[in-house]
Write a protein that binds this ligand. Structure first.
Ligand SMILES: *Cc1c(COP(=O)(O)O)cnc(C)c1O
Length: 396
């Protein structure tokens, strides 16, 4: 009834992986069980021999029907053969990254990658004699120059989540494939609706499904996406051993959230575009970092790789004093102060950024535009700037 090719993403989200209905239940029930039993010993032994990415399920650390529904949807959205969901995004990234590393290996990674990933590579993996070279990521030549004979992995995050810098995925993956180097990308910003890294040659795609995919700020979840063989190997090794699995109840909430992704994401994108364009002309703003702006320095790459943009962007205030940055964030009423993003609620977080090409660290204020009305969000930002101005006027 539902072929998994040529289907609109919204239809995949609504229906794929849900047939046949269990007793006609329109929402799949939660399989809240650790194991599955079999009528015969032969059937049990057969199940143990199967690839544990789908039925027959035998143990929930490896696979579970509630998780399988989501895995089929995410794999189809990414145009990939298989997906494994995990307990959070870092669980997915740690499993995928460590899969491609061994003692003495070398990794190339953008210096703007998600902080815990940099700590995994720099601090934790150093125990296993793994070394890492950080690059700006915006120059493919720099990435190629950083690769060594022992490089087994190029890690990618495009765009990054503070300065929104991109890597040229087709160019990098062409080089990596020709040189036997694996590639892993964190595709959390874009979701499969805006960017499909597999079609651009990336081996394994990771997601924090905590963000847009679940969309309601009520669970943590992650996903690893790739070929059947890679996802099977990662499941049997890292996921099976580290046990970083998603629990059925969280999976069921993820299923509820992900159904509306194709309706929510364009709204986040439209609101953020509107706010970012408006901020570009604001007298208190030095620079806006948003991938869909005409002024975005890597506009060619954006137009080549992306189908659109999301609700997350940042800006540099002209007044770079810590006091004013914090006062601005404190004055916001609808934007709440918090990390994460992708839910219904607008969020703000100040980030002191210092990539290698900055002479000194700069404050960027990262905004996530939730599902509130855009005029209310702009009014909130306006009154916060007014408040900062009034405060600095009393200071002089
Ligand atoms: C949140 C996030 C992660 C980590 O995901 P968790 O679900 O919190 O473990 C990884 N990468 C990016 C870009 C993120 O925003």
């Amino acid at each position: 009834m539902f072929p998994d090719h040529d289907m609109d993403v919204a239809t995949i989200l609504a229906h794929l992986g849900e047939q046949p209905k269990n007793q006609g239940a329109v929402v799949p029930p939660i399989f809240q069980n650790s194991l599955f039993t079999f009528e015969t010993t032969e059937a049990l032994l057969h199940a143990l021999e199967q690839k544990p990415l789908g039925p027959p399920h035998h143990y929930s650390r490896l696979s579970n029907p509630t998780l399988s529904v989501i895995e089929q949807k995410i794999a189809a959205l990414e145009g990939a053969e298989a997906c494994k969901v995990t307990g959070c995004g870092m669980a997915a990234i740690t499993a995928a990254v460590t899969h491609f590393l061994k003692a003495g290996a070398h990794v190339v990674c953008p210096d703007t990658a998600y902080g815990p990933v940099r700590r995994l590579l720099s601090d934790y993996m150093a125990r296993f004699n793994v070394s890492v070279t950080y690059v700006s990521g915006t120059s493919t030549d720099e990435i190629v120059a950083a690769c060594r004979p022992e490089t087994t992995l190029i890690y990618l995050e495009s765009p990054s989540s503070a300065l929104f810098r991109m890597q040229d995925l087709p160019a990098i993956t062409a080089y990596a494939r020709a040189n036997g180097i694996n590639t892993v990308i964190d595709n959390t910003y874009a979701t499969p609706l805006l960017l499909n890294p597999i079609s651009l040659g990336v081996d394994v795609v990771c997601h924090s499904a905590t963000k847009y995919m679940s969309g309601h700020s009520d669970i943590t979840a992650g996903a690893i996406v790739g070929s059947q063989k890679m996802i099977y190997d990662i499941t049997m090794a890292e996921v099976n051993m580290m046990g970083n699995i998603l629990h059925p109840f969280s999976a069921w909430l993820l299923l509820r959230g992900i159904r509306t992704l194709a309706a929510r994401l364009p709204l986040h994108g439209k609101t953020a575009d509107d706010v970012a364009n408006w901020l570009e002309g604001h007298p208190s703003v030095a620079q806006v970092h948003h991938i869909s702006l005409d002024s975005y320095p890597q506009r060619d790459l954006y137009q080549k790789m992306f189908k659109g943009s999301g609700g997350l962007f940042s800006f540099e205030p002209k007044d770079q004093s810590r006091e004013s940055v914090l006062a601005f964030c404190d004055a916001l009423k609808i934007f709440q102060r918090g990390i994460s993003w992708g839910g219904f609620e607008s969020l703000v977080v100040p980030l002191l950024t210092s990539p290698a090409d900055y002479e000194k660290p700069r404050w960027v204020i990262r905004l996530f535009c939730g599902l509130e009305g855009v005029n209310d969000l702009k009014a909130d930002i306006s009154q916060a700037f007014d408040r900062v101005e009034a405060l600095s006027a009393t200071r002089v």
